[in-house]
Design a protein around this ligand. Structure first.
Ligand code: ADP
Ligand code: ZN
Length: 804
């Protein structure tokens, strides 16, 4: 007898919380075409699930494997490179394969699988009333059997009988997340003052209409977010001629025939950098750190190398910290590379995202620009990866699979033999350390492209202001420079890394600070139409700010500690004629249009821009003369080993916004700690000084880059269980073979012990190399995670954690 061989598909099933070694086997029915990387539908227990074929193998003899229910694709949606990348993510970040796949494949490719009941053609219509009603319901609503089961046992029995008789059958429906090709925009179609008047008139009876009008009065147009502005509330505004709806592509697409920009002559420093980097590129894989001061023309250098890579038949990937902040950058690339540019970002409609992804997959795009997740784009001829502003924390994903796009990029470039350029004016400590260790090469641009000096930075000692009788949030010097700047028709930026009106609400009588009832964190004061409100930045809890302290009963609750809203208010009060814009999470979320604020400031519609760290990321505002840091102290006291590094980077980046074009520039830093090393180094524009000192303290306290950190976090609504899970994890590590290679800090509450009534306990680990400890850490992690899942809690492991 000859053994019959069948083909078996190993499938990664979406949504299963299992580790790399767990895939599910299904028989491939004869005559069915399937290849790794294709999406399929498979039976899983009693339901149908979507998944991706990971591998195919032959098996001999009869098996009791269930067959694939359906093959969705004709061609793989994941390339084999991407599948290797997913496996690497699992290995490096202790992720599960479904997590890795969902990080790599855009949401536009996600499937929704349902098994529904449908009447067979010519089915016999029941004649009893109850049966008829149920049958009609099925014919119209196509429910799942489980819905019927949930409703009543009697109905389920009836439905099963109909199925046996052949009147009803179960059918699998597979829906793709289909998205519109175009994005709808709301555009104000009346003058701003009319919109504002209407907003006021509608404030009481139609809150959403009023919000919408106010936003349009401010920014002109917004991408239509239907959750914020439901169609029912927009319709009357359209009917009244106040608003119109326009549909267009969210991303600009270069039109054939548009003229490309000339390539400017490189400065001698740029030419030298291009030469050095080109030499590296010719040798295949390598990592370069392009350290160029703000305004030194790093982008021009990137573009020259990209041009070379394309001429060589290759593709280039450009990663930026946050694509929404860099429409200017995208346009710069399009002016040089035209229709070869593809942009991947979350602001695109699903349909557009699919389209861009497919252009990359088909090789129609040679330059791919995107934020963190673009590192997974399906390029087959990758020759160059640029990571702009490489020091930005947003390259690390905070949720599972917790990847660091910089690391993924380096791994990927190594496989592809491509060059990686890490670019920054303030390189991360870890990248500079890489240079020191010889695994990256340093290339420098020490002067600005326009030959102008970096703006002088002055430190203003706020203690001295207070001593000499100035109680304003603006020092005399800053006030004078603001006035001088605006009177010369130039612009100013005021930076404060804290949103809201005030940091907290504090009782002046007893010192009590208002805390969130659901989280272990104080509430932030915000301004609203009805006065001041207290808001939790973690769970969203909101309550009015009362005068009376709930602790001591005195009428002494007061806002404490500056926020951007308050800076805006002080500005308006001190200089009523100054035009002020604010850019922080609140204005950009509510208005849905960060870009509108950037464009309005660029167009000179405001004199002053008040903002948080959002304004520090590579924006080019040529008319900005003055940059004022309102309170550097907000950054200097954070309980994080990287607080100094971050403060130095932000100060330097913000200062770099001043005097970028043909004007002189000046930066004023207000602080109560003028001697702080991050402040001093920023003042002297001295990256080297900062690096040396910070490196020394990291080495002394043994923090990255002198080790790597991983954080295990257990969460549960019962504190006892969260604490127990962390303690168990710590114990497991303690008796593991690699205990000697690990420094395990004692289990304890995480930075914020409770968020939204869920308790969080953590264990921090330090080690030299993940490879040495991985096996034991992951074993302990799985053990505790599985237990926590059973108990209704959760456990996550953040490998190479950037914060603890
Ligand atoms: P960075 O990214 O290093 O801060 P940019 O690339 O934004 O700097 O360049 C700063 C400014 O200098 C931009 O306005 C840019 O157009 C200009 N620039 C850069 N290189 C050149 C060059 N070779 N010739 C003329 N202008 C340049
Ligand atoms: Zn809260």
């Amino acid at each position: 007898m000859t053994a019959r061989t069948i083909r078996v598909a190993e499938v990664v099933v979406d949504g299963t919380a299992l580790f790399l070694d767990k895939r599910f086997s299904y028989a491939v029915p004869p005559g069915v075409d399937v290849a790794p990387g294709m999406r399929v539908v498979v039976p899983m227990r009693s339901s149908m699930r979507s998944g991706i074929v990971w591998a195919l193998r032959e098996a001999s003899g009869a098996t009791d494997l269930r067959p694939l229910a359906r093959v969705v694709d004709r061609a793989p949606v994941l390339t084999s490179d991407q599948m290797r990348m997913a496996e690497w993510l699992c290995d490096r970040y202790a992720a599960t394969l479904p997590e890795a796949v969902s990080a790599i494949l855009p949401g536009a490719f996600r499937l929704r699988v349902r098994s529904v009941l449908v009447p067979a053609a010519g089915a016999e219509i029941p004649d009893d009333v109850r049966g008829l009603a149920l049958f009609q319901h099925i014919a119209e609503a196509e429910p799942a059997l489980s819905d019927i089961r949930a409703k009543s046992r009697h109905d389920e029995r009836m439905v099963r009988a109909w199925m046996t008789a052949g009147f009803l059958r179960e059918e699998i429906r597979v829906d793709e997340a289909v998205g519109e090709k175009r994005q709808a925009y709301l555009v104000g179609s009346a003058p701003a003052d009319v919109l504002r008047r209407e907003a006021e008139a509608r404030r009481r009876r139609a809150r959403r209409q009023s919000d919408c009008l106010e936003v349009l009065a401010d920014v002109g147009e917004v991408a239509w977010d239907k959750r914020l502005y439901p169609p029912a509330s927009v319709q009357p505004l359209v009917a009244a001629g106040l608003v119109r709806v326009e549909e267009r592509r969210a991303s600009h697409r270069w039109a054939a025939g548009e003229e490309l920009e000339r390539w400017p002559e490189l400065t001698p420093y740029q030419a030298r950098a291009v030469r050095d980097l080109a030499e590296m590129a010719d040798q295949g894989h390598g990592v370069a750190l392009l350290h160029g001061v703000t305004g030194s023309g790093k982008t021009e250098v990137y573009m020259h190398l990209i041009r070379r890579a394309i001429e060589d038949g290759g593709q280039a990937l450009v990663l930026v910290p946050e694509i929404a902040l860099t429409p200017q950058l995208v346009r710069r690339f399009e002016r040089r590379f035209g229709g070869q540019v593809a942009v991947l970002h979350s602001g695109l409609s699903l349909g557009e995202r699919r389209e861009e992804w497919t252009r990359v997959l088909d090789g129609d795009a040679s330059v791919v620009i995107g934020a963190r997740s673009a590192v997974f784009a399906p390029m087959r001829a990758l020759k160059l990866v640029v990571i702009d502003e490489e020091h930005e924390p947003s390259y690390k994903q905070e949720d599972a699979p917790h990847y660091d796009a910089r690391e993924v990029a380096m791994w990927r470039a190594k496989q592809a033999g491509a060059l990686v350029i890490l670019g920054s004016a303030t390189p991360s400590l870890s990248s500079m350390y890489r240079v020191e260790q010889g695994s990256a090469k340093l290339v420098s641009l020490p002067v600005r492209a326009n030959q102008r000096p970096l703006p002088p930075i002055e430190i203003i000692d706020m203690r001295e202001e207070l001593r000499t009788g100035n109680r304003s949030i603006f020092s005399r010097r800053l006030a004078a420079e603001l006035e001088a700047t605006v009177s010369r028709d130039m612009q100013a930026i005021l930076f404060l890394n804290r949103r809201g009106f005030a940091h907290a609400a504090l009782c002046r009588a007893c010192g009590h600070s208002m805390e969130c009832p659901r989280c272990d964190i104080h509430l932030t004061v915000h301004r609203s139409a009805e006065g001041h409100v207290l808001v939790c930045h973690y769970c969203g809890h909101e309550e009015p700010l009362a005068r009376r302290c709930p602790d001591c009963g005195e009428e002494a609750l007061m806002p404490y500690g500056l926020g951007t809203e308050q800076v805006e208010e002080h500005l308006r009060r001190a200089w009523p004629s100054m035009r002020v814009l604010r850019m922080d999470l609140d204005t950009t979320r509510r208005k849905g249009s960060l870009q509108a604020i950037i464009e309005r400031f660029q167009a000179g519609e405001a004199d002053v821009l008040v903002g948080t760290q959002m304004i520090a990321k590579g924006l080019d505002f040529p008319r900005v003369r003055l940059v004022g840091v309102v309170a550097a102290d907000a950054m200097l006291t954070l309980p994080d080993y990287r607080a100094n590094e971050r403060a130095f980077q932000l100060l330097t980046q913000v200062a770099g916004r001043a005097g970028r074009a043909e004007t002189d520039g000046i930066t004023l830093i207000q602080t109560y700690q003028p001697g702080h090393r991050a402040v001093e180094a920023a003042k002297q524009h001295d990256y080297r000084l900062f690096y040396e000192r910070e490196r020394e303290s990291r080495a002394f306290f043994r923090y990255p880059p002198f080790c790597e950190l991983a954080v295990f976090l257990a969460s549960h609504s019962e504190e006892r269980l969260a604490r127990g899970a962390a303690a168990r994890f710590e114990r497991e590590l303690g008796r593991s073979p690699s205990a000697r290679s690990l420094v395990v800090l004692p289990a304890g509450p995480s930075g914020i012990r409770r968020i939204d009534n869920v308790y969080r306990y953590q264990v921090v680990m330090k080690y030299a190399a993940w490879q040495d400890v991985k096996e034991d850490v992951v074993r302990a992690y799985r053990l505790v995670k599985e237990k926590m899942n059973r108990l209704g809690g959760s456990a996550v492991l953040d490998v190479n954690a950037q914060r603890i």
